[in-house]
Ligand binder design. Structure first.
Ligand code: ZN
Length: 302
């Protein structure tokens, strides 16, 4: 028996059941339902695009290659944001987004920090942050964030809930596998600390038993003081650190100068605040895999 025949028959039956008269016409609800979502930064774009799939469009307020901390919004962007079905953001991360949501409330504001255990901003490291906003650098957090986005979008577009749920199941499996690879890959490191430019990796360090030594504060634009640089050098020696990490979207001058002074290597540890051609991958999962390799090498994990 040829396989093609029953498949074609099934397809025809399915079309008949849904009342479709031609390919691409409306489903049984009468109107083709799509969702429009605005996201505040790249990690949220990654999650939301995967969850929405073909069922809508996702607009990122932060341009690729731009630094999300410093985001400024035009009146036009704020109006467009309020016109979409939902806005996905991290409360306390980007002041412009928090302000826009307060002044021009969108139809649905999804704060992905709901349900996460937030870490306090390190004393002396914060400017306007009470908690550390870099929640996406823990894959386990990304699982919770994906589930939050999917559940909230389903309340506003119940007819798409099964699509969101199916896409989220696949996404969560990939994030779970990433989390497992970090757990295994960082379980046997002989060096327990790593030095980064801006202090973005507390959730990662916390999840996998490492210690982050940040040169600058929570914002990449913060300049470290001479005292902080001296302290980082002292800590780097104390922990036997091999590598000073820098990142793709911010200046590497301070990291390179500290590494030069101490005779250490430099390498990229990417906070994934945006994806550009300079990124070591085309999406969150790929760049995180590259981060894992970089940490394994720097921290001598075998
Ligand atoms: Zn940051």
């Amino acid at each position: 028996m040829k396989l093609g025949t029953p498949l074609i028959a099934l397809f025809a039956t399915a079309l008949a059941l849904t009342g479709c008269s031609s390919v691409g016409s409306a489903p049984t609800t009468g109107a083709t339902s799509k969702v429009t979502v605005t996201v505040a930064a790249y990690p949220l774009q990654f999650l939301t695009e995967r969850i929405v799939g073909e069922a809508g469009t996702v607009t990122n307020l932060t341009q690729p290659g731009a630094e999300p901390h410093d985001l400024e919004l035009t009146a036009k962007q704020i109006a467009e944001m309020a016109a979409t079905d939902a806005v996905v953001y991290i409360a306390g991360f980007q002041a412009a987004v928090d302000d826009a949501i307060a002044s021009t409330p969108p139809k649905l504001a999804i704060d992905v920090t709901a349900g996460l255990s937030l870490l306090k901003a390190l004393p002396g490291a914060e400017t306007n942050h009470a908690t550390d906003p870099h929640v996406w650098l823990s894959p386990a957090n990304m699982v919770t964030m994906a589930q939050t986005i999917s559940a909230k979008l389903s309340t506003t577009k119940p007819e798409l809930a099964s699509t969101f749920a199916a896409n989220t199941t696949k996404l969560v499996a990939e994030l779970g596998a990433l989390d497992a690879s970090f757990k295994t890959g960082l379980s046997t490191c002989s060096i327990k600390a790593f030095v980064t430019s801006h202090t973005a990796f507390a959730y990662l360090a916390n999840s996998y038993g490492l210690e982050q030594i940040g040169i600058a504060g929570l914002e990449p634009s913060e300049e470290p003081t001479a005292a902080r640089i001296a302290e980082v050098q002292k800590l780097a020696k104390q922990y036997g650190v091999s590598t000073i990490f820098f990142e793709t979207l911010a200046s590497d001058a301070v990291a390179k100068s500290i590494a030069g002074d101490l005779g250490l290597k430099t390498a990229v540890l990417d906070p994934i605040e945006g994806i550009t051609k300079a990124s070591a991958g085309t999406n969150y999962l790929e760049v995180m895999a590259s981060n894992l390799k970089a940490l394994q090498e720097a921290n001598k994990c075998s």
